[in-house]
Design a protein around this ligand. Structure first.
Ligand code: BTN
Length: 309
């Protein structure tokens, strides 16, 4: 199935035009700003209406946005204008998986975001329930990070999101609130081995229904959240921590991970491709591995599924 995104460049003039439309503008002014015909302006207005904007038309004065949807590619582009990591937005009303789209399009510095996913993907081939009201997005990163740093990026993303959402972490990067899952992160590497690309996929339960082990911001705070504000906070935090990692601040980020961790000091079972490990989680090693005391033997695990015993 072909999924049709709305593609908006962060610096596109249409993004400013939408802001201008919130104050009101004549068809003529809009045509001039956009550098298009009056017919094209009309089509642009229809496109905005399809995205959920309510636009008032008045004879003489022109068009004015009277209601803005809480998420749209133009609103997202506006919050990305001050970010260095995102140049373009691919916005889908429905898609299989934003990580899958990001890998297919393979365009660095692009944000893929969907209202709903029909085949949202979690770690270890699990599914990520992606009903309307949540945030489901993937960031295709520029090729700046050496492959061996990817495990650190996974942990760093957890720190960035947990701080933005005021939540805790379960190793490696499940974002939890009172032991229930508020957000899942799936970092994937793809492309040529000498020139790999990284996609960071993030699913946040905002106002959406969740599975029994999940929790949403709405459940926690007892009110609906503005998804654009949540997205902005998470993207700003992600970008800040990403550049900290790039600038050699891993040791500080690791300390922050330890402070946010619910895992250290607990008895855990970690399922890995090489079998299960049971023991007490002692520390996060400098290379990002989880150090376990399995009853006499100290082991280090780099990837796995962690359960509290
Ligand atoms: C996990 O905890 O298992 C990771 C879940 C990651 C879900 C997000 S939603 C946006 C992006 N697209 C996907 O298909 N998965 C990630």
């Amino acid at each position: 199935m072909a999924y049709r995104p709305y593609v908006v460049g962060v610096q596109e003039v249409s993004v400013e035009v939408v802001e201008r439309l919130k104050e009101g503008a004549s068809g003529e002014t809009l045509a001039e700003l956009l550098g298009v015909s009056r017919t094209a302006v009309w089509k642009f207005i229809r496109k905005l209406e399809n995205l959920g904007y309510v636009i008032e038309r008045k004879k003489g004065t022109g068009y004015r946005i009277v209601r803005t949807p809480d998420l749209s590619p133009y609103e997202i582009a506006t919050i990305c204008r001050d970010l260095r990591l995102i140049d373009e937005i691919y916005y889908y009303t429905v898609v299989d998986s934003t990580n899958r789209r990001a890998k297919e399009v393979a365009k660095p510095k692009t944000l893929f975001i969907a209202e709903r996913q029909t085949d949202g993907r979690g770690r270890y081939g699990r599914r990520w329930m992606s009903e309307a009201g949540g945030l489901y997005f993937s960031i295709a990163l520029p090729p700046q990070l050496p492959v061996e740093e990817i495990p650190k990026l996974t942990l760093t993303t957890g720190v960035a999101v947990a701080k933005a959402l005021k939540a805790m972490l379960k190793w490696p990067n499940d974002v939890l609130y009172n032991g229930r899952k508020l957000c899942g992160i799936l970092c994937e590497l793809f492309g040529e081995i000498e020139d790999p690309m990284v996609v960071v996929g993030i699913g946040i339960n905002v106002n959406n229904p969740t599975p029994s082990n999940g929790v949403s911001l709405k459940d926690i705070h007892g009110r609906e959240f503005n998804r654009l504000e949540v997205l902005r906070d998470v993207l700003v935090s992600f970008e800040r921590h990403y550049f900290r990692l790039l600038n050699g601040e891993w040791e500080d980020i690791r300390e922050e991970w330890k402070c946010l961790s619910e895992t250290l000091g607990r008895n855990v079972v970690v399922r890995t491709a090489r079998g299960n490990y049971e023991g007490k989680a002692l520390d996060l090693d400098l290379d990002g591995g989880l150090i376990l005391d399995t009853g006499g033997k100290i082991v280090k695990i780099f990837s796995g599924d962690c359960f509290y015993a």
